[in-house]
Design a protein around this ligand. Structure first.
Ligand SMILES: C[S@@+](CC[C@H](N)C(=O)[O-])C[C@H]1O[C@@H](n2cnc3c(N)ncnc32)[C@H](O)[C@@H]1O
Length: 350
């Protein structure tokens, strides 16, 4: 999956093919505006104001407490981007906005989009990073509010990954214990417990994360009907003792991109020791393709380099870490519902 310019006509297609279109301008100016228009619209509940049918710009401005002329310009931009449609004098939601951008939708990305406002500031520091090579280390720099939004933003994305994760992951027969490393909101741990009635889960995350993720975990556990079988453990996976032969399943979701290679390899060794013989390690990540034109994987790699001094990895790299740790890597699982996301699982020899 990649994004790019989509010609609207045969002459535009020809101009693009002939290299006549100033693609760097179009990759920067409209994309910046589109990103910020979506963030602002979500932040000011513009999509919510359109939930019940056509509204004029003035009505949306009134509902959102925004300026009528500025609101009209925003609504036109969102219409051009196919998030809204015109209906008479009013605007209505397109299906894509109704599915992803309303707070009560089961697929809501509202909290994830709101987190973009924080990332906007981080990304604006990319040129400093380029010169100094100093990453942001955002886990050490976030405010209380940012930690809260970070956890809720992660949950919005995790909800999309949970069904395929459960469908495509084999847990050993009779498994009783699961450690969810960097598990935050506990959506994955709760879903595994709901699917496997004998399973109990511990969700290990940094204390700042647990503070804000505790209500999310309680909600996930209650809605999965598994109260009492999943709990948080505040800590740091890089320094905490993970035990020896203690876990049937260890799930590591979207975490290793925060660690450099030596740290990642060391983590695999400590997890291998912590697993029971026959136990399974699941590493779920935004995976990098081996092809150099993997646009989304490489951009994600740049983001993680900027924010955490690390990056995206290929299935083969993670499998190599697992092999070195004495585990047996399994076949890569490429998610069908989330482009670029995949799982590299491994089994501890019995
Ligand atoms: C990108 S989020 C992923 C959350 C969740 N696993 C998911 O897939 O939705 C990374 C999580 O790892 C946690 N984390 C980062 N460094 C950690 C560490 N050293 N020990 C434990 N958790 C850590 C963060 O606080 C955050 O909750």
């Amino acid at each position: 999956m990649r994004f790019g310019l989509r010609p609207d006509s045969v002459p535009e297609r020809a101009a693009l093919a002939l290299g006549l279109v100033p693609t760097p301008f179009l990759h920067t100016h409209p994309t910046l505006l589109l990103a910020r228009a979506l963030i602002a619209a979500v932040e000011h509940s513009v999509f919510e104001a359109l939930t019940d049918g056509p509204r004029s710009a003035a009505e949306v401005a009134h509902a959102c407490d925004t300026h009528p002329d500025a609101t009209a310009a925003l609504l036109d931009a969102l219409t051009g981007a196919e998030y809204l449609e015109r209906q008479g004098d009013g605007y209505v939601l397109c299906p894509v906005a109704r599915k992803w951008l309303l707070r009560d939708s089961p697929c809501s990305l509202v909290d994830s989009i709101r987190f973009r406002a924080i990332e906007w500031d981080w990304i604006s520091r990319l040129d400093d990073f380029l010169v100094t090579g100093e990453p942001l280390d955002f886990h050490r720099a976030m405010t209380e509010d940012e930690w809260g939004l970070y956890q809720r933003g992660m949950l919005a994305l995790a909800r999309l990954a949970v069904p395929e994760t459960i469908r495509r992951t084999s847990v050993p027969e009779g498994a009783r214990t699961l450690l969810d490393v960097g598990g935050s909101h506990g959506a994955f741990a709760s879903a595994f417990c709901a699917r496997y009635p004998n399973l109990r889960a511990t969700v290990l995350d940094l204390p700042e994360a647990v503070l804000h993720a505790a209500p999310l975990l309680a909600e996930a556990a209650a809605s999965a009907g598994i109260n009492g079988r999943v709990e948080h453990q505040p800590g740091d996976v890089l320094t905490d003792d993970l035990g020896e032969g203690a876990w049937d399943v260890v799930f590591v979701g979207q975490l290793v991109h925060h660690f450099d290679e030596a740290t990642g390899r060391d983590l695999m060794r400590r997890i291998a020791r912590a697993l029971r013989p026959g136990g399974v390690l699941i590493v779920q990540e935004v995976m990098r393709d081996r092809k150099p034109d993997d646009q989304l994987g490489a951009l994600a790699g740049l983001y993680f380099a900027l924010t955490s001094a690390a990056g995206t990895r290929t299935f083969e790299e993670i499998a190599d870490w697992q092999r070195e740790a004495g585990l047996i890597p399994q076949r890569p699982v490429r998610f069908r519902t989330l482009p670029g996301v995949g799982q590299q699982n491994a089994v501890k020899p019995g």
